[in-house]
Design a protein around this ligand. Structure first.
Ligand SMILES: [Zn+2]
Length: 267
């Protein structure tokens, strides 16, 4: 089973505008039109069995709609897409919404420090981390450099590691192999922490040196690395090809391509 742990879809009505805007910011030609239909069609073409769709509340007040949509996605997609929820750190009812997300059956949430304007280590985030830990919700962070805020990094591996150590039961995924473009720091500070997870999104596009990728993998718990593409910003077959070309053992390759995600999602 091949699972892509980092995909973005949008409701049909907003997909053209959302993907269009992000294509301008990133300078990347999107691989899908952002709709569920096109994402499923491209998954079929590329042999991806299941995708985790990450959502971000970019303004306080969006989270209820986002979380309701995310919870309905699995059935709406015939069991091919798992939606993660989101809360905005500035929402007054952010903790209550995490409780509601758990009740809706969501398996995890995503934070984007750049779009949501917070730093991963900020103390105002800690009540949210505490709630996520108690609810046993998985959390994915955008980590490292981002084209939306190129001069201002909001999640440094060193700071991410401080948070992970403060919440040892919180399962935290730092996307983009722990921190886009900051991979030496990922190796130094984040690799090896038991409650830290990585997805491989954009490693191929942003040219993570395969030797460094292998060093990070060798230092990290083997169950904690998942294939990710950031589709529509990277073609998932390219992401999977990057993992296969690392020359890892068959067992390790299988773990990254699907087994680890299967376990995390409880499938
Ligand atoms: Zn992404």
């Amino acid at each position: 089973m091949i699972i892509d742990f980092h995909v973005h879809t949008f409701p049909d009505k907003v997909a053209p505008k959302a993907v269009g805007k992000l294509a301008v910011i990133s300078g990347i030609a999107p691989f899908t039109d952002g709709t569920v239909g096109d994402t499923l069609a491209k998954m079929d073409k590329n042999g991806i069995d299941l995708s985790v769709c990450l959502n971000i509340a970019t303004r306080p007040g969006q989270e209820r709609t986002i979380n309701d949509t995310a919870a309905a996605l699995y059935e709406a997609s015939g069991g091919r897409l798992v939606g993660f929820g989101s809360v905005h750190p500035d929402s007054p009812d952010a903790v209550d919404e995490l409780v509601r997300a758990k009740k809706l059956g969501l398996r995890g949430v995503k934070f984007h420090p750049d779009y949501q304007e917070f730093k991963v280590e900020e103390k105002r985030m800690w009540p949210l981390y505490e709630a996520l830990q108690e609810l046993d919700l998985f959390v994915t962070f955008h980590s490292g450099w981002d084209c939306y805020s190129p001069d201002h990094i909001h999640c440094f591996p060193e700071k991410a590691a401080e948070v992970a150590k403060a919440f040892p039961r919180l399962r935290m995924c730092f996307a983009h192999f722990g921190g886009l473009m900051l991979w030496e720091d990922v190796f130094r500070y984040l690799a090896g922490l038991e409650n830290v997870y990585f997805d491989t999104a954009m490693a191929a596009t942003m040219k993570l040196d395969p030797d460094l990728a292998r060093r990070i993998i060798a230092k990290h718990p083997r169950d904690n690395i998942m294939l990710g593409s950031d589709c529509p910003w990277e073609d998932p077959s390219v992401s999977a090809g990057y993992v296969k070309d690392l020359g890892l053992s068959d067992a390790m390759t299988e773990a990254i391509l699907g087994k680890n995600a299967e376990r995390i999602l409880g499938l």
